[in-house]
Design a protein around this ligand. Structure first.
Ligand SMILES: [Zn+2]
Length: 246
């Protein structure tokens, strides 16, 4: 059954960032119409898949998008993020945990507000566990951020600027989503070539794509803690993680 909680996110709206980097509080579940974003207690891909089958048996197709429960533990432990490196270190930690706990692909992302470095949302890759090709880390982070802020755009006049921090340069889908989301800045860890070397298809992203974003007022920073980000790919490779292109 889809619960219709109007707004819940990873961070309380009045989060006290001076005290905790990600004050997750007791918020754990987000439901909007037929899209259900929630923290779940299921720990494995198999269990998530079983849940999806159960939802479909109810006679209608509900889409449940979940972050693994362990994400909240990482956010509770993290220290305030003030620099690009701090933020990248957080998303790399999330990506590494996603690999080690087998809850998705080797990618993670986060949304921060500027000025103030206020954390808004995070995402990890959930493509395989939830059987949904669009559930890249950046997409989940953007959806959570926009839902939490009650705005289809992060560039609304009432809102401060937002930035997307991602453990790997976005694929074609995520770069497009970043453009439509209204973020003003994108900070990347590993590069497109690193993802391709691992075996992932990144789609039609060209130098002209970045020139287009720049012309639309979006700054893109590449290669922040790139070596560290690449170690997550290596861990995924050693675990024989699945390359799920297409
Ligand atoms: Zn993507």
């Amino acid at each position: 059954m889809v619960r219709r909680t109007l707004l819940v996110g990873l961070v309380p709206r009045s989060g006290l960032l001076q005290q905790r980097a990600f004050p997750v509080g007791n918020i754990s579940h987000l439901t909007i119409g037929f899209i259900d974003l929630c923290e779940c207690n299921r720990k494995t891909a198999h269990q998530d898949s079983r849940h999806m089958r159960t939802s479909q048996r109810s006679g209608r197709t509900d889409i449940r998008i979940t972050l693994p429960r362990w994400v909240h533990g990482v956010l509770r432990r993290c220290t305030p993020c003030r620099t690009d490196e701090d933020k990248m270190r957080l998303v790399i930690t999330l990506a590494r945990e996603n690999v080690e706990r087998e809850t998705g692909g080797p990618f993670a992302a986060a949304i921060f507000q500027q000025p103030g470095n206020r954390p808004v949302a995070v995402g990890v890759n959930r493509v395989e566990p939830l059987r949904n090709a669009v559930l890249h880390a950046e997409i989940i982070a953007l959806m959570l951020a926009e839902t939490r802020l009650r705005s289809h755009t992060l560039r609304a006049p009432r809102l401060p600027a937002h930035e997307l921090i991602t453990s790997c340069a976005p694929c074609a889908m995520c770069l497009g989503a970043a453009l439509w989301s209204g973020v003003r800045r994108i900070v990347c860890g590993a590069g497109r070539a690193d993802a391709v070397a691992l075996g992932f298809e990144e789609g039609p992203v060209f130098p002209a794509s970045y020139r287009y974003l720049k012309a639309r007022g979006i700054e893109v920073v590449h290669g922040v803690l790139a070596d560290e980000a690449r170690t997550v790919f290596e861990a995924y490779r050693q675990r024989c993680g699945r390359i799920y292109n297409g």
